[in-house]
Design a protein around this ligand. Structure first.
Ligand SMILES: [Zn+2]
Length: 439
């Protein structure tokens, strides 16, 4: 903040002295604003520049991209991402040629926005400009494709890379694991070792995630490595244990996760949901009391979907959208049809009291944010097109099983990225193979 105050003074002096027109001074001040997160001020300077060097274009795009990555408020994050895309389009229209820094930043932006169409256009531009062979750009492409839900295109981009580094191997292994393609992930890990590349933490997380999908003993794997498991690894293990019915190990992992993140509301919710499904009411009471004592707030649950460059955000039981009536009607109809196909709604955390009595509210009557976003997507996009939703916390088990049915009943592909992973629903199945970390 100190440096920024100084920077502002320098800025106003330079204006007074008439040095403001100097490109290098403008650039330096713009970087200072970007580094301190004041992107609006940086943007004002950027917009007023008459000559813009590629370094400056890159700085502003990277600035927006970093804000998108660190901003907690989804709408603000999405706005920063969209601004980065707009600036990139401007750059593309100018005669300036992007370089590898431009491409890797803008591909990261596409991943964050789940903007597959724009990502594909940028892929074509990397080919034209000869940057496809660059290992940084290639890895960013692999990353973008799997984060946008296309494992096929990620694989193709990976195979086409002339050289591969640890980053590209790790991206592809994580990509396979996220898509539930465990055998391929583990095969690739072996290939990587054979070619002499030494794995790092990211690679291990990818492999572990594949192991927990495949139902292999991921704990053994952890013991063999020198890495201390992080929160991501523990949550993967929990998901794996729950799906395999190994609840004791699951509870152990959940308690460990709580030690790592003692203030995290989602971890408590996860533990609570595990105890509720296991019918361990004493523990349910214990966790609820801990949450009260530690003043753990409520879950910040929302889902969003972008339709034609506009973002629509939903909270649970949200009725603020002007298509709410149609959305709720469609959801009710889908729930009824799903029930006739075997869908059973699961009890939600709020609907169960401390003695395990259901308060008469089944979670299918609770409109989780992701259900609303999917319903809105079904109403607002044309038949046959994919629906892409982003959710702030892990998906609920109940929504997960309902959306599987919805994908089969509507013939739509539904891609949902939650705080832990990517779920790709197709024809009644999810790519996570039900091994996703669910609440
Ligand atoms: Zn899933």
């Amino acid at each position: 903040m100190h440096a920024l105050g100084f920077g502002e003074q320098v800025h106003s002096y330079s204006v007074k002295l008439g040095y403001d027109a100097s490109v290098s001074i403008k650039n330096s001040i713009m970087y200072l604003y970007l580094r301190s997160g004041r992107v609006d001020e940086a943007r004002r300077l950027f917009d007023a520049m008459r000559t813009i060097s590629l370094v400056t274009w890159n700085a502003i795009i990277a600035g927006y991209s970093q804000i998108m990555g660190s901003e907690k408020d989804y709408l603000k994050a999405h706005h920063s991402g969209s601004e980065a895309l707009q600036i990139y389009l401007k750059l593309h229209r100018s005669r300036m040629k992007p370089d590898l820094f431009t491409f890797s930043s803008i591909l990261t932006v596409c991943s964050g926005l789940v903007a597959l169409d724009q990502g594909e256009q940028i892929h074509a531009q990397t080919i034209k400009s000869g940057f496809l062979s660059d290992v940084v750009v290639g890895s960013a492409l692999v990353n973008m494709y799997y984060k946008c839900g296309s494992a096929e295109k990620a694989t193709k981009a990976f195979v086409e890379m002339p050289t591969r580094t640890l980053i590209s191997w790790s991206s592809m292994i994580t990509g396979f694991a996220q898509h539930g393609r465990c055998v391929e992930a583990l095969q690739l890990f072996e290939d990587m070792i054979i070619t002499g590349v030494k794995p790092n933490k990211v690679t291990f997380v990818g492999v572990l995630s594949a192991c927990s999908h495949a139902g292999m003993e991921a704990f053994d794997f952890i013991e063999k490595t020198e890495f201390e498991p992080n929160e991501f690894v523990w949550s993967l293990l929990i998901a794996g244990c729950r799906s395999h019915g190994n609840m004791e190990l699951g509870f152990y992992a959940a308690e460990r996760l709580l030690q790592l993140k003692p203030k995290d509301c989602e971890t408590y919710a996860l533990l609570l949901s595990m105890y509720i499904s296991a019918g361990k009411w004493k523990n349910v009471t214990k966790v609820r009391k801990m949450m009260k004592d530690k003043k753990i707030g409520s879950l910040q649950d929302w889902s969003s979907i972008s339709i034609k460059d506009k973002v629509y955000s939903f909270k649970p039981d949200d009725k603020s959208n002007n298509q709410s009536v149609e959305m709720y009607r469609l959801l009710d109809d889908l729930v009824e049809r799903a029930k006739s196909l075997g869908y059973v709604s699961e009890r939600s955390l709020d609907a169960v009291d401390e003695d395990g009595n259901d308060e008469g509210i089944l979670s299918s009557t609770i409109h989780h944010s992701e259900k609303l976003a999917v319903a809105f997507g079904l109403l607002s996009t044309c038949q046959g097109s994919s629906i892409r939703v982003i959710k702030s916390i892990s998906m609920y088990r109940d929504s997960h099983s309902l959306i599987k049915h919805i994908s089969a009943m509507t013939g739509r592909e539904i891609i949902l990225r939650d705080s832990k992973r990517l779920h790709q629903f197709n024809d009644g199945q999810c790519s996570c193979g039900d091994f996703g970390s669910l609440l």
